[in-house]
Design a protein around this ligand. Structure first.
Ligand code: ISE
Length: 334
């Protein structure tokens, strides 16, 4: 049984604690850490054998801990990752790896000093059944070479304080990762188009936005991001290839025929929409860790996403096409 320390017990952290406790096999919650001592204690009290801490490093030193799940806010990730590296513990780190490319690069360098991969980054869409089917189709080349992706990413609403930069760093970061993964290529430039904002957008938020990526292989990817659409959470992706196109994400939920009408349902939020993906992501991490292996999105993927986000935030602010600067991919991640 893998003893996991969950660092950060906000919305995602608490959900992962429940998941490890109730859904996943082969792991148990051995420790929880949160700067809010009461929140950590409350969670730990509900789980047999779990100890509450306020200091992530102290949780990692608990003898019952074999691995770490980091779900604290992004700015706290670098310190927690370096603490885990100092103890050579396997890590599942919620996205973003870190909030900017410079700190992601420091993490990348620290992991290389260990000489082996230790981190799986929580880009959970890679574990969604629809995205996995699409990835398999593209890898098999069933419809020829992919030329374009059309993404749709809609949230019902945003939490207070959600900013334009967060539209890129928190939301579009997922399309950045799936683009790189599905097309197996790097994003080289970003543009952001900003239509007149919806009357329902909070003050100062340019919502919706259209984000365009170019890849090294010459593909173009568009993402409609509309984070206050008001009617639910929708994520879809269509790959347009040389001799066909394939789309996933439209039919999530129940499809009903009744009273002379037909239609499906829309999930309220990302936790419901991607519940299976989160479960599969954590189970795969536990299984790989118990085999002594590391798989899934790497620190390189976290760093590349951070670099594209930086270019995206600049493109959003300036209206310009911004090129993405990446270091050469280190051997550990090839
Ligand atoms: C949120 O942080 C997420 O990670 C969701 O997956 C994303 O859809 C949402 O837009 C973000 O705010």
């Amino acid at each position: 049984m893998l003893g996991v320390a969950v660092v950060g017990t906000g919305r995602m952290g608490a959900d992962h604690v429940r998941r490890i406790d109730e859904v996943i096999s082969g792991a148990r919650v051995a420790a929880v850490a949160d700067i809010d001592a009461d929140r950590a204690k409350h969670l730990a009290d509900g789980i047999d054998g779990a100890t509450a801490y306020t200091d992530p490093a102290a949780a990692m030193d608990d003898p019952a801990v074999d691995a770490v799940l980091i779900a604290s806010p992004g700015p706290a990730h670098e310190a927690a990752l370096l603490d885990a590296f100092a103890r050579d513990l396997p890590v599942l780190c919620e996205k973003p790896l870190t909030p900017d490319a410079a700190s992601a690069l420091r993490v990348l360098e620290a992991e290389q000093k260990l000489g082996h991969r230790r981190v799986q980054v929580g880009f959970m869409r890679r574990y969604d059944a629809g995205y996995r089917t699409l990835k398999a189709l593209l890898d098999q080349g069933t419809y020829g070479r992919p030329l374009m992706l059309h993404n749709k990413h809609r949230n019902a609403d945003t939490p207070p304080g959600f900013t334009n930069a967060m539209m890129i760093n928190d939301s579009v970061v997922h399309e950045i990762d799936v683009t790189r993964w599905l097309l197996d290529d790097e994003i080289t430039a970003v543009r952001v188009l900003r239509p007149a904002p919806s009357g329902n957008a909070p003050d100062g938020l340019g919502d919706p936005q259209l984000i365009l990526f170019e890849t090294a292989g010459g593909q173009v990817v568009d993402t409609e991001l509309f984070v206050n659409c008001g009617f639910g959470y929708q994520v879809s992706c269509e790959a347009v290839c040389e001799s066909g196109s394939a789309r996933i994400g439209d039919d999530h939920g129940v499809f009903v025929n009744s009273a002379g009408r037909w239609g499906g349902s829309i999930t309220p939020g990302f936790v419901e929409r991607f519940e299976d993906a989160y479960d599969r992501q954590v189970q795969r991490w536990v299984d790989a860790t118990r085999r002594g292996e590391v798989e899934g999105p790497s620190c390189w993927d976290g760093y590349a996403a951070a670099a594209v986000c930086e270019a995206g935030v600049l493109a959003q602010a300036t209206g310009e096409r911004v090129a993405v600067e990446l270091i050469e991919r280190p051997a550990l991640y090839c």
